[in-house]
Ligand binder design. Structure first.
Ligand code: NAD
Length: 496
C-alpha cells in the first residue's frame, strides 16, 4: 500500500490547519497556500495543539515531523504533491474556481480531496479537465485526532480514485468510509443537521437552555455514540430479542409528534441573542483555546479507553489507534539508525505533557518507567528486535528494574533518554538508561534493567540468534570504553 509522500493544503483555517497537522505528524511534508495574512500563526497554533495531543495520545515512535512550507502561490504549493486537500470557505463558486486552478497545475497522478461539508462533488468537478481524480474527503474537527473521512465521488470520479484515496488514509491513522451515493451533506452532516434543527427548536421554545441540552447529550447517549454508534446501541436496547424487538417497540413512536421533523426554526435576532447569551454563560469564562485543550485531552482519554476495549483488542476508533501504533512500531523498526560509538545511545526525545504530571506538578512515577520502557524498545529495534521478530515468537523481556529519581521533570520540559549497554551474553542484556533535561543535560533519573531473550510461545528464556547478538555486541564493545555510569549496581536504600 503506498501512502501519501507529499501533501498540499489549499486553505489553512480550522480544517486546513487540522489536515496540515495530521500530515506533518505522520512524517509527510506539506506545502500550504492560504492568502490570509495570519495563516502561519493560525496553522502554528493548531499544530502546537496537535503536538500536545499526540504526546498524550501515544507512546509509539512517531516519525520525524514532515517539513512545513508556506507558499505564495497555489501553483507553487501544489507542485510535486500527490495528495492535495482543498479547505477553503464553503462557497460553490470559490471552491469550484480553486479546484479548477489546482487541476490545471497538479501532477497528473495527484489525488484532489475537498473538505466540503455538504457540496456535491459533481458540482465541484464541473469545470475540471481531469475530474476523475476529484472527490470529497470530509473530515471532522479536530482533524488530527478524529479519524473519520467521508469519501464521496461525483459522477465523473473514477473508482480507482476512491480506492486509492481510501488506502492512502490508512498510514496517517485515518478511516475512510465510502458513501455509496452523493447527497448534500453526506451522512455525518445529515445526521448532525437533523439534531441541530431539533436543538434549535428546544431552545427557541424555552424547553431547556443550551447547557441543559448539552448535558443531556454528554451524560448519556453521547457516551454511547462514541463507541457503538446508533444502530448497534439500539440493537442492545431491544433486549435479548435485539433489533427486531427494538423496531417493534419504538417504531410506532416515529408517527407520534416526538420531533419537529423538517420544520426549520427562524434564526432571528432574538434567538441568536438567546443562544449567544446562554452559550457565554455555559463557557463560564473559558476561552476557545482553553476549550480546545480540554476537548483534545478528553478525546485522547476516550480514544485510549477504546484502545483497551474488547478485552484489549481495541474497539472502534480505539482499534484504529491500536493498528496505527502497530504500523508506527513496524516503521520505526525499519529505520536505519547509526550511532556514535563514543557516547551512550540517545534514543527517546519527548516533552513532559499535561497528562504526565501529578498533583505536585512533576512527572508522575509511572511515566519514568514508560520513558525507560520506550528506551529499551528503541534499543531493541536498533538491534533488529522489531515487530516482525516479536510476531515470529521471540523477544526480550525485562526481568528486573531499578529506577533512581535524581531531579524533577516538570510540565512542558524537553527530556531525552540515553542508554549504555553494560554487558551482554547469549540470553542476558544488561543496560543502564539515563533520563536527561534536554536543555541543561542534567540527569533527572536513571534505570538499570536486566532483559532476557525469550521464546514467547514456549514462555522461557532462550539464546538470542547470532543476527541479533552480533548487532548488540558491536554496540556493547564500543560501550565498554565508556566510563561506567554513576549508580550502577545500587540497591534500594543504599547510602550515597
Ligand atoms: N469547521 C468545521 O468544523 C468543518 C468540518 C468539516 C469540514 N469543514 C469544511 O472545511 C472547509 C473550510 O472550513 P474552515 O472551518 O476551515 O474555514 P476557515 O474559515 O477556518 O478557513 C478557510 C481558510 O481558507 C482560506 N482561503 C480563502 N480563500 C482562499 C483561496 N482562494 N485559496 C486558499 N485559501 C483560501 C482562508 O484565508 C481561511 O484561512 C469548508 O468547506 C467547511 O465546510 C469544516
Amino acid at each position: 500500500m503506498t501512502g501519501i509522500t507529499k501533501a498540499a493544503c489549499i486553505g489553512g483555517g480550522v480544517i486546513g490547519g487540522g489536515w496540515i497537522a495530521r500530515f506533518l505528524l505522520a512524517g509527510i511534508d506539506v506545502n500550504v497556500f492560504d492568502p490570509h495574512p495570519e495563516a502561519s500563526r493560525i496553522v502554528g497554533e493548531v499544530l502546537a495543539n496537535a503536538e500536545k495531543a499526540y504526546a498524550m495520545l501515544t507512546g509509539a515512535p512517531l516519525p520525524p515531523r514532515g517539513r512545513l512550507t508556506f507558499c505564495t502561490t497555489l501553483e507553487e504549493a501544489v507542485a510535486g504533491a500527490d495528495w492535495i486537500q482543498e479547505s477553503v470557505p464553503e462557497r460553490l463558486d470559490l471552491k469550484r474556481g480553486v479546484l479548477t486552478e489546482i487541476d490545471a497545475v497538479a501532477r497528473p497522478d495527484a489525488l484532489i480531496g475537498s473538505s466540503t461539508s455538504g457540496l456535491l462533488p459533481t458540482d465541484l468537478q464541473r469545470d475540471m479537465k481531469h475530474p476523475e481524480r476529484l472527490f470529497v474527503a470530509h473530515p471532522y474537527n479536530p482533524v488530527y485526532l478524529l479519524p473519520l473521512v467521508e469519501i464521496v465521488g461525483g459522477e465523473k470520479t473514477s473508482t480507482a480514485t476512491i480506492q486509492t484515496a481510501m488506502e492512502r488514509l490508512v498510514p496517517i491513522g485515518m478511516k475512510g468510509v465510502h458513501i455509496a451515493k452523493e447527497i448534500e451533506a453526506f451522512v455525518g452532516d445529515r445526521l448532525l443537521e437533523a439534531l441541530w434543527r431539533e436543538a434549535l427548536w428546544l431552545i427557541h421554545d424555552d424547553i431547556c437552555t443550551v447547557e441543559t441540552l448539552d448535558d443531556v447529550i454528554r451524560y448519556s447517549f453521547g457516551l454511547r455514540w462514541a463507541q457503538m454508534g446508533l444502530f448497534q446501541t439500539y440493537r442492545i436496547a431491544g433486549g435479548e430479542a435485539g433489533m427486531r424487538h427494538f423496531l417493534a417497540q419504538f417504531g410506532p413512536c416515529l408517527a407520534w409528534p416526538w420531533t419537529k421533523l423538517t420544520d426549520v426554526v427562524d434564526l432571528d435576532d432574538a434567538l441568536i441573542e438567546k443562544i449567544g447569551r446562554q452559550s457565554d454563560e455555559q463557557a463560564a469564562g473559558l476561552s476557545i483555546r482553553e476549550l480546545e485543550r480540554i476537548r483534545d485531552e478528553n478525546l485522547v482519554g476516550i480514544l485510549q479507553a477504546l484502545k483497551g476495549g474488547h478485552d484489549g483488542e481495541g474497539w472502534g476508533a480505539g482499534k484504529l489507534l491500536k493498528d496505527f501504533e502497530q504500523s508506527l512500531w513496524a516503521e520505526a523498526g525499519r529505520a536505519n539508525t547509526s550511532f556514535d560509538p563514543l557516547k551512550p545511545l540517545r534514543l527517546v526525545e519527548t516533552k513532559v505533557g499535561p497528562a504526565w504530571v501529578d498533583y505536585n506538578g512533576h512527572m508522575t512515577e509511572h511515566r519514568y518507567l514508560q520513558v525507560f520502557g520506550d528506551t529499551s524498545d528503541a534499543l531493541l529495534r536498533l538491534i533488529g528486535v522489531d515487530l516482525a521478530y516479536v510476531e515470529a515468537g521471540r523477544s526480550y523481556y525485562t526481568v528486573e528494574t531499578h529506577i533512581r529519581h535524581l531531579g524533577e521533570a516538570k510540565l512542558g520540559q524537553a527530556i531525552h533518554s540515553t542508554c549504555q549497554i553494560l554487558s551482554v551474553d547469549e540470553k542476558r542484556l544488561h543496560v543502564f538508561h539515563t533520563l536527561h533535561d534536554t536543555v541543561t543535560g542534567e540527569a533527572l533519573a536513571s534505570a538499570e534493567h536486566m532483559l532476557l531473550h525469550v521464546d514467547s510461545k514456549a514462555g522461557k528464556a532462550t539464546p538470542a540468534p547470532a543476527v541479533i547478538l552480533d548487532k548488540v555486541k558491536s554496540i556493547a564493545e564500543a560501550h565498554a570504553n565508556l566510563v561506567s555510569p554513576e549508580g550502577v549496581g545500587r540497591h534500594v536504600g543504599q547510602k550515597r
